[in-house]
Structures are given as C-alpha cells and as structure tokens.
Write a protein that binds this ligand. Structure first.
Ligand SMILES: Cc1cc2nc3c(=O)[nH]c(=O)nc-3n(C[C@H](O)[C@H](O)[C@H](O)COP(=O)(O)OP(=O)(O)OC[C@H]3O[C@@H](n4cnc5c(N)ncnc54)[C@H](O)[C@@H]3O)c2cc1C
Length: 287
C-alpha cells in the first residue's frame, strides 16, 4: 500500500527543522532513515500531513568528543557509521560491536540511532547498552534544549519521555574509566532481539558492575541483585570467581522479570537467556 499524501519538507539546519515542527505541530513528524516510519506510513498505521526529513541537517551527524571527554553521537549517525567510527571503536568497542550486529546491512546503513530510540520498539539493542553506559539523551525544541537520562527516556512500548515538539539531537556517553570494559550480547530468532544483556565491568569505578537487560520487556531494566552482589567482589577477581558468585543472583533477578510468551519465545525461555547472555557479556568484559 502507498502512504496517504503528505507535504515533504527538507530543512538543512536544526533551527529550520524545529521551526517547521513548531509551525505544523502534531500534524508533522520527523523522518530520519525511514526504516520504521515509512513502513508505518505505508501500512497507514500512522498518518501525518507534513513529514520533516532531517537527513540534510548535517549538524546532527557528528560523532565527536566534548571538552569533558563525553562521546557525543549525533542522532543521525546510522548503525553502520557508528560500528565503523574510530572514536566509538576506541572508547566503547562493545557498542561498536553491537551496532555491527543490528538487523541486516540494509537497516544498518539507513537506520539511525535517533530513530531507534524515538520509535521505542522494545525489541532493540541500543537502548539497553546506552542505559548500562549511563548515556544522556539531548532533546531540542523551538523553545530550548534539555537532557534526559537514557534510563528515564523509554517509558513503555513505543513511548518515550520526548515531547512531541522535541527532536533528538545527540546521545552523549559520559567518559568511561580506562579500566572499564563493556559488552553486549543478544539473541533472537527473528531479525530483532528477543533478549539483550549489556554489562559494564568497572574494577576501579564507584560501581563495580552495571548489568542491564532489554527487549524482553517494554523498557530496559537493571539486574539489581547482581549489581549489588558485585560490590563485594575483589576488583581483580578472575571471571570464574565472578561468575560463581553472580550466576545464582542473575538467575534470581531474571526470575522476577514479568516476561510474556510471544513470537520471540516463551517467557521462561527468555528468562533463561538472560543468564546465558549475561555470562557471555561478562566473559567478554573480563577477557
Ligand atoms: C527489519 C528490521 C530489523 C531490525 N532489527 C533490529 C535489531 O536487530 N536491533 C535493533 O536495535 N534495531 C533493529 N531494528 C530497528 C532499527 O534499528 C530502526 O528501524 C532504525 O534505527 C530506525 O531509525 P530510522 O532513522 O530509520 O528511523 P525513522 O524510521 O526515520 O523514524 C522512526 C521514528 O523516530 C522518529 N525520529 C527519528 N529520528 C528522530 C529524531 N532525531 N528526533 C525525533 N524523532 C525522531 C520518527 O519521527 C519516527 O517516529 C530493525 C528494523 C527493521 C525494519
């Protein structure tokens, strides 16, 4: 099916994009790579009189280091660009690895990080890892700019803390300590993940372990018991010792998750995957 008719706008600056959104309000939407939006428009699940294609807003494309060492990823960066970016590969190689395994090459070259976050389909990889990395989401509207923690950004299926008039500008990952190691592992039998687990192992940091799970429920969440248990482990503990201590706690954390049977798998199977994927992610961090 073809989408219903709409007026297409192609701003070349952020200011222009925000002014268009302010002018047309909820009759308008932003279009980045279109991998989700176009499907929804064609299926007539969504309809807008105005589509604001932001692909020519070059200032949303940059991946750069800010003065305080934050890695700022422009919302228009595609999964493919992120996977191959030297700064991402150097500073958060686990995130480059994640991006390299999103969907298929067609989705990776067109789909953007801003798009996957704003669409908020729960079966996605990036949100879980960004929560573990404690990233910040920068949003702008015609009236100003604000920052939301990645941990508060997703509020439900297809629902985020972004106001309708706000455009996602960048995803800012705070500096990690040189000894921090992060990794993400996911599994699914469709093109999207059924379960994904992100780990940040931080032997010198104020929090030894950040362990987050996503895709299994609407919004990523921490495996809090495991995070707490990790605090009492020696910073130089080998993987075998860490896993012996954490495996039962991770399994207990997983059992508390309110998963459902769906086309991605049975609830018990998906809970079981959490322990399997957490082991792989932790092992990768500690090798
Ligand atoms: C077949 C398939 C398989 C997939 N598999 C995976 C997977 O394995 N793992 C995974 O993580 N993801 C997966 N995805 C999701 C994929 O990551 C997203 O489709 C893609 O990143 C969306 O980006 P986009 O630029 O195409 O968004 P668009 O389709 O352009 O936009 C999506 C939504 O976000 C809004 N939007 C986009 N950019 C902004 C912005 N900067 N500010 C405000 N609103 C904005 C749009 O208005 C729209 O509502 C898959 C998608 C498909 C189609």
């Amino acid at each position: 099916m073809r989408p219903a008719r709409f007026a297409l706008h192609r701003p070349t600056s952020l200011r222009e994009a925000l002014a268009l959104k302010a002018e047309f309000g909820d009759a308008a939407t932003f279009h980045a790579g279109g991998t989700e939006l176009l499907v929804a428009l064609k299926a007539r699940v969504l309809h807008y009189d105005h589509v604001i294609d932001i692909k020519q807003v070059d200032e949303l494309r940059d991946i750069r280091i800010l003065d305080d060492g934050t890695l700022s990823i422009g919302s228009l960066a595609t999964h493919h660009v992120i996977a191959n970016d030297p700064l991402v590969q150097q500073l958060i190689p686990g995130y480059a690895h994640l991006s390299e395994h999103v969907a298929n090459i067609r989705v990776r070259v067109a789909g953007t990080l801003g798009g996957v976050l704003c669409f908020a389909e729960p079966h996605a990889d990036a949100p879980t890892m960004l929560c573990a990395l404690d990233a910040r989401i920068v949003l702008a509207s015609a009236t100003g700019q604000r920052t939301v923690s990645s941990r508060q950004f997703h509020v439900g299926e297809f629902a985020t803390a972004r106001e309708d008039d706000e455009l996602l500008v960048s995803i800012d990952v705070p500096p990690q300590l040189p000894s921090d190691k992060s990794a993400y592992r996911s599994f699914g039998h469709t093109e999207r993940p059924a379960v994904g687990v992100a780990a940040v192992w931080s032997p010198q940091g104020p929090q030894r372990l950040r362990l987050w799970v996503g895709a299994i429920v609407a919004v990523p969440g921490p495996l809090s018991g495991a995070q707490e248990a990790a605090e009492s482990l020696p910073p130089d503990a080998p993987f075998e010792e860490v896993w012996q201590a954490l495996e039962p706690v991770i399994t207990a954390d997983a059992e508390k998750i309110d998963a459902h049977d769906d086309l991605h798998g049975g609830a018990d199977y998906k809970r079981h995957l959490i322990t399997v994927l957490a082991q792989r992610a932790l092992q990768e961090c500690m090798k």
